[in-house]
Design a protein around this ligand. Structure first.
Ligand code: ZN
Length: 506
């Protein structure tokens, strides 16, 4: 066997064995967030710490570096630059370098601080006391600066932190695209507000039995293509999607009797993440090509099913009669047009996770600007609450009455996730670009949705996005599939075409 093939097999075996440990870690994490008894938390933390150490050791073993050296030295003669093997080696190198460049002591310090800072954050939010969280945010930012230094960067430490979630993306590019988005989005939202028209959201706040919500959401997730023979839905407080093995994808949600849309759309959202995970090649599980290419692309898949499909009129032409059968007494007097308006309500608000499709990105823009300023020390932690409130007034025309509903609302910074927020907006932008391309490739998608057919779109996504794993970085993938780089235009077109008629504009 040639040296390349032999070493490649050795590396693959090592990485796939490591994936067995990390999938067990995922299982423990899933269990922790769905079923774990209250008193069992500390032993679970011990179990996960041991596994995390073991996984880190395996990923940074010097042998991995040697195998990669060997593979790289023979790669150019044995495989073309665009081959799957070349991509696998490139991405395995990226992972190895990222994990081994950060000193063990810093890894431990980051892990410990994130646990303690999250506790302090939860307490501070409950008491609406920013001062309690401030020193932990300072410490987290210090450590993230150290991490950026350890990883190395050319222009901006933010880039190398962003790169963890969105490989190859830069703050400069995002600033440009997101400011164009804002220039068109802010006036659109202002126009909508100025109409004074309010969607009949009270229709969604009637009594929707939780048992029926469960079966209805399950039916919708199955219709869009989530495979229940290789996955489950369970209950949790903060919905998420976790992959525990090649044929084991778990999505989670929560239901409230008087909030139909929050449970239903969170299932469609998480099922969208799940369909991506289920579309990755099983035989590459644990390898880069068996892994999602970026968080932005991951979020594009959830947003596409949630918003571009699930909040479309055609989708409800199929599902609304079924909803009326299932929740007969609750929905008997509701007209489809009113229901459709209610699920597409736009109104500026304080809380990101409750934001609608249009204003959501303004919440992200605020966080993106503030976290860059914090990291670069252009903004002090002490001045964060004031700066936050200013931005909310400026971008959304609302002002938080307290920090719990202001800069303390999100968990991300306390967990050390700096550079994560923009991936939500990237998800919305990429979803719009991919959906527009799917429509032009496939044509008449709305006619299919109207008949409850989602397979053509799902297979298109599988073919263009899912099956490749990390073979193509997000930027290249979108350029190849859509024929254009990251752009704000398809999202603006989508929002205008849906919202302007609903609000009687243009
Ligand atoms: Zn998501």
């Amino acid at each position: 066997m040639p040296v390349f093939d032999q070493t490649y097999q050795t590396l693959k075996e090592h990485l796939q064995q490591t994936a067995i440990f990390s999938s067990i870690e995922e299982l423990l994490g899933w269990d922790e967030r769905t079923l774990l008894p209250a008193q069992a938390g500390s032993y679970r933390a011990d179990q996960m710490t041991v596994l995390a150490g073991l996984i880190h050791q395996r990923r940074t073993a010097p042998a991995v570096g040697e195998w990669l050296d060997t593979l790289e030295s023979s790669l150019s003669t044995s495989h073309p630059a665009d081959s799957p093997e070349a991509a696998e080696v490139r991405e395995a190198r990226r992972d190895y370098d990222r994990e081994s460049k950060i000193p063990q002591k810093l890894v431990e310090e980051l892990a410990k601080t994130s646990v303690l800072a999250q506790q302090a954050w939860a307490e501070a939010r409950a008491q609406d006391n920013f001062a309690e969280f401030a020193p932990w945010l300072e410490k987290t930012l210090d450590l993230k600066r150290d991490q950026a230094d350890a990883l190395g960067y050319t222009d901006d430490p933010y880039d190398v932190l962003l790169d963890e979630f969105e490989p190859g993306e830069t703050a400069a590019n995002l600033r440009q695209v997101l400011s164009r988005l804002r220039d068109e989005l802010a006036p659109l939202v202002a126009e909508i507000v100025a109409t004074g028209k309010q969607a009949p959201v009270e229709l969604l706040q009637r009594d929707y039995s939780i048992d029926k919500q469960k079966s209805f959401a399950r039916f919708a997730a199955k219709s869009t293509g989530f495979d229940f023979d290789c996955g489950r839905i369970d209950l949790t407080v903060h919905p998420f999607c976790a992959t525990l093995g090649p044929k084991d994808c778990r999505i989670t949600t929560r239901y409230e009797e008087n909030a139909f849309s929050s449970g239903f759309f969170s299932v469609l959202h998480e099922a969208g993440h799940g369909i991506y995970e289920q579309g990755l090649p099983d035989q590459e599980f644990g390898m880069p090509l068996g892994t999602a290419t970026s968080l932005g692309i991951h979020e594009s898949q959830s947003r596409l099913w949630e918003n571009f499909v699930g909040r479309s009129f055609a989708f409800w032409e199929y599902f609304f009669p079924k909803l009326q059968l299932e929740f007969a007494s609750t929905t008997r007097d509701i007209a489809l047009d009113d229901f459709f308006f209610a699920i597409n309500d736009v109104r500026p608000s304080l809380i990101r996770v409750e934001a609608d499709e249009a204003t959501y990105n303004l919440h992200i823009l605020i966080r993106f600007e503030l976290e860059q300023a914090l990291l670069n020390q252009d903004l002090s932690v002490a001045d964060l609450p004031g700066a936050w409130n200013e931005k909310y007034s400026e971008f959304l025309g609302v002002r938080p009455p307290d920090d719990a509903q202001g800069c303390l609302q999100d968990i991300h910074w306390s967990g050390g996730a700096i550079g994560y927020f923009p991936t939500y907006s990237l998800g919305n932008l990429y979803a719009a670009q991919l959906f527009e391309s799917a429509n032009s490739d496939l044509g008449a998608l709305q006619d299919q949705f109207r008949r409850g057919e989602f397979g053509t779109l799902r297979e298109w996504l599988r073919d263009k996005v899912h099956q490749h794993g990390r073979r193509y970085p997000a930027k290249q993938l979108v350029q190849d599939v859509c024929g254009e780089p990251l752009s704000h235009e398809p999202l603006i077109r989508h929002l205008r075409s849906k919202l302007q008629p609903l609000y009687g504009l243009a």
